[in-house]
Design a protein around this ligand. Sequence first.
Ligand SMILES: Nc1ncnc2c1ncn2[C@@H]1O[C@H](COP(=O)(O)OP(=O)(O)O)[C@@H](O)[C@H]1O
Ligand SMILES: [Mg+2]
Length: 357
Amino acid sequence: MGEIRIEGLEKSFRSTQVLHSLDLLIEAGEFVTLLGPSGCGKTTTLRCVAGLETPTSGRITIGTVPVSDSANESFVPPHRRRVGMVFQSYAIWPHMSVRSNVEFPLRRRKQGTREERRATAQRALSAVGMAEYAERYPHELSGGQQQRVALARGLVSAGEVMLYDEPLSNLDAKLRIAMRDEVRRLHEEFGHTSIYVTHDQEEAFAISDRVIIMKGGRIEQVGTPREIFDTPVSRYVADFVGYENILDIDRVSSDGSEAFAGGLRFAGLHDVRIGDALAFRSSRVIPGEGGRTAAMSCETTRTREVYIGDETVVHLATPDGAEIVARVPSGSGEVEIASGVFHVSREDIAVLRPEED
Ligand SMILES: Nc1ncnc2c1ncn2[C@@H]1O[C@H](COP(=O)(O)OP(=O)(O)O)[C@@H](O)[C@H]1O
Ligand SMILES: [Mg+2]
């Protein structure tokens, strides 16, 4: 079936190495997203799977077929990989009708008769809600409709694998949300194995079975959206997925259950060490003492408040001069907040391991 196996993938452009020994197994029918900031190697990884780049070394297998293997210099060209690809730039031909654009990959592969190609294209256009637009030209369509055509063309190219490179980045916010649900629905309807690339955390979480966080051409963390959200392994990941409070540990108890960080005492931890950091979200800094579940509870003074609608972001100074950020519902809990005592529960604290570089 259509699993994708990436082993020891490396890619250099001239003397610059941009992918460093990537290993990744994507199961048949899985939807994974490569997530990370611009320049971390997401597109290059995807293009290696598509066959648009030749890896410097390593092996990529789709299903049972090794599509590139540096050991024996084998390389299957893109149009023989049966992979559908959708780009941010749509990349549909302006001089071809919608139907012609969607039939193009089939014509190129000389797949089926004319009637069969037409029927396949029509099915794909129906799947993306564009059946009535087959005779139109791209300039007669909105951006969202053009992206649907690009999706339909990807679907007809795909055997079992779909690749998406920031396909929704050019759409406005509302359409982006509707389209990401659509991409996920099509993934399930067609039973593809999908790799999706984005730098948008919310989009990645909403659409994926698993998220691969990339950093500088390496994989930093792999996990379900919930695992990444709740247990980031490093400062880089915590920062990227929006942990506002990250404190370096200065001192730990001999059994590793207590730590001082930012002048605050945290208890009930497990096996923490000097060099680790503790991270927690502003939404998990709660007014009041917190009782037995509290890892940390302290008195603070408010230094700044930013009203952002339903919530208010409150900056708090601790007696030892650390600043932590809390996020509280606007207009509620005023009394508790006024007391200045805040706590964080044990389960809301992520222990981050030291950065390696
Ligand atoms: N054709 C190329 N020639 C030289 N350098 C490239 C080329 N394509 C990508 N790079 C470099 O490789 C790195 C990773 O790029 P890319 O995979 O596009 O990152 P991302 O998609 O995560 O933004 C970047 O530093 C980029 O400048
Ligand atoms: Mg890119």
